[in-house]
Design a protein around this ligand. Structure first.
Ligand SMILES: [Zn+2]
Length: 256
């Protein structure tokens, strides 16, 4: 009986999602007025489709040339060279041209869940890229890094430091992807209601077609497609739903 109820609930949510998605997403895109050159800042090849696919589709829907800066080759298992190619192919499948994808291969930025990247070095590399590409919106992880990976969290601290020290170019804002509880993380589309109720500044929801496109992008990361990642692709809400908030002044946030 419970299984039937869950199936019915999922079907209703899928219907609501496909019926209202355009309205919800267009509202979200409307929250990014005047953005010309958005940048997706990630730590590893596969972050783009495992965590940010709904955001990528939402931003591209606004006819913006989204670029990607990946700060490591994902060389934890010595697969860096393979993963560089997989990133390009995955981004292409998501609608991002290879010329808009930049990958940093730096010995002091190793792919490791236990290594916190040097904030000064990382900030400097990111800032150079932002200036070079005239970026006016950076999208990256929040302080939880979605999966708690130290490299993801390092990106947040680097961009937080650039933001709070006023080093970002004038008019460049930052959106960070909300890390949700492990329960919410693995209830797929069932998280829609909670995302709507507790959502932050921006909510992106993928359509069924876009969800399929994100999964196809993940097929290009063949080196990462271990059995548990197939389960992730099926159950993770990040494959369909992204909630994000703008960075504001940290002192002001603490006071409020
Ligand atoms: Zn990652």
């Amino acid at each position: 009986m419970l299984a039937v109820a869950v199936v019915v609930l999922v079907a209703v949510l899928w219907w609501l999602c496909s019926s209202w998605r355009d309205a919800v997403c267009s509202r979200a895109v409307g929250l990014l007025p005047g953005v010309r050159a958005p940048l997706l800042l990630i730590a590893h090849p596969d972050d783009e489709c495992m965590f940010f696919a709904p955001t990528i589709f939402g931003v591209l829907q606004g006819q913006r040339p989204l670029s990607v800066l990946c700060c490591s080759t994902g060389n934890y298992y010595n697969q860096g060279e393979t993963r560089k190619k997989e990133l390009i192919q995955s981004c292409a499948a998501l609608g991002i041209a290879p010329s808009n994808v930049t990958l940093i291969d730096h010995s002091e930025l190793p792919d490791s869940p236990s290594v916190k990247w040097d904030e000064r070095l990382l900030s400097s590399l990111i800032l150079n890229h932002i200036r070079e590409k005239n970026i006016d919106l950076v999208i990256t992880f929040d302080e939880g890094g979605v999966s708690g990976h130290s490299n993801h969290i390092s990106l947040y601290h680097a961009i937080r430091s650039l933001h709070d020290s006023g080093k970002l170019p004038k008019g460049c804002s930052v959106l960070v992807l909300e890390s949700v509880s492990i329960f919410r993380k693995y209830i797929s589309i069932l998280d829609l209601l909670l995302s709507w109720l507790y959502g932050q500044d921006v909510l992106f929801i993928s359509s069924g077609r876009q969800y399929k496109q994100a999964k196809e992008a993940m097929w290009h990361h063949q080196s990462q497609l271990l059995w548990f990642r197939h389960i992730y692709l099926f159950f993770s809400r990040y494959m369909m739903i992204n909630t994000l908030h703008f960075l504001h002044d940290e002192k002001a946030e603490k006071k409020s």
